[in-house]
Every structure is written in structure tokens, then in C-alpha cells.
Design a protein. Structure first.
Length: 170
């Protein structure tokens, strides 16, 4: 989805990663959890924090900061897991995303959202749906499907990763 496709007011869940505020469409969010024990999985990429047990289901958890080339998430009392449902290879999957804190749910009008800046060719902004402006603050609106569609993340969802996740949960 691009900014031009946003034609009505939408609600976004805002969360912090470092000093930056990000947002994702609330329609993609299943729930927000307090930080719970995460079981690490050997031989997975650095951004893969591990898995959690969510009411009997194994849910992979990724460190959003590492996915966005930031430093590793430092666990604090505000750290939480945002459980989202994303489309990966035309399949709906549930993934937990570590966030430094969850802020609030906000409404943004289409005119409050501008396209992501294109600065040269070395900076990837294809996962940013747009830049929301609220008062004097900019909010990076993530296209959560694209964030998790990166090759490395897709590999976590492959058959071998599924076997590792099932074995870890057993």
C-alpha cells in the first residue's frame, strides 16, 4: 500500500524504537503483550529474538530495532511485544515484534501523511508507507508486511525454521 492509496482516516498504533516514533495500521495488530520470557532458537539470524508461547501457539518474536538496522533492544519495564498478523508469500502469519514501548492509538487523516523521503539509492525506505505528521512530530508509518517480507525474515518462516520452532516449543 502506498500513501496515495490512503483515502480515509485510519487508526495507527504508535510505538517507540530508540528515540523515534513508528506506527502501524491497527488492523494488523492482534494484541500488545508485556515482555514475557522468550525462548532463543539456535542458529537463527540476529534479529530473531526467539519464540513465545501465546495461548498454546508458537509465535516467533523479532527485534524490530535490528530489523531496521538499529541497535539491539535493551529490555526495560516498558519493553513489550506487539503481536501482528502479516502477509508473507500470500500466507497470513502471526509474528511478535519487540518494541521499546507502545505509545497510543492515533487517527491520521490522509492529508497528514506524506510519502517517505527518497534520499539517494543507499537508504532503504520501501518498508515505510509514509510519514505521518502530528503537531510538530513526524511518525514513520511502517508497511509491516514489507518489513517482514525481507528475504532474511522470509527465511525464518521457511520449512527448516518451522521445524526448529516446533522442536523448541516441545
Amino acid at each position: 500500500m502506498s500513501v496515495s492509496e490512503i483515502t480515509e482516516t485510519r487508526q495507527y498504533l504508535t510505538f517507540k524504537l530508540g528515540n523515534e516514533v513508528f506506527a502501524t495500521d491497527v488492523a494488523k495488530v492482534r494484541e500488545v503483550l508485556d515482555l514475557t520470557p522468550i525462548t532463543a532458537i539456535p542458529r537463527t539470524p540476529d534479529f530473531m529474538a526467539g519464540v513465545i508461547n501465546l495461548r498454546g501457539s508458537v509465535v516467533p518474536v523479532v527485534d524490530m530495532r535490528l530489523c531496521l538496522d538499529m541497535s539491539k533492544t535493551e529490555k526495560t519495564r516498558n519493553t513489550c511485544i506487539v503481536v501482528v498478523e502479516v502477509l508473507l508469500d500470500s500466507e497470513s502469519i502471526v509474528i511478535g515484534a519487540l518494541a521499546d514501548s507502545v505509545e497510543e492509538v492515533i487517527d491520521l487523516e490522509p492529508e497528514q501523511i506524506q510519502p517517505a523521503p527518497r534520499i539517494g539509492t543507499h537508504i532503504r525506505t520501501d518498508f515505510i508507507m509514509g510519514m505521518g505528521k502530528r503537531d510538530t512530530q513526524f511518525i514513520m508509518i511502517l508497511d509491516i508486511d514489507r518489513v517482514f517480507a525481507a528475504e532474511e525474515l522470509a527465511a525464518v518462516h521457511g520449512d527448516e525454521a518451522d521445524k526448529q520452532l516446533v522442536q523448541a516449543a516441545a
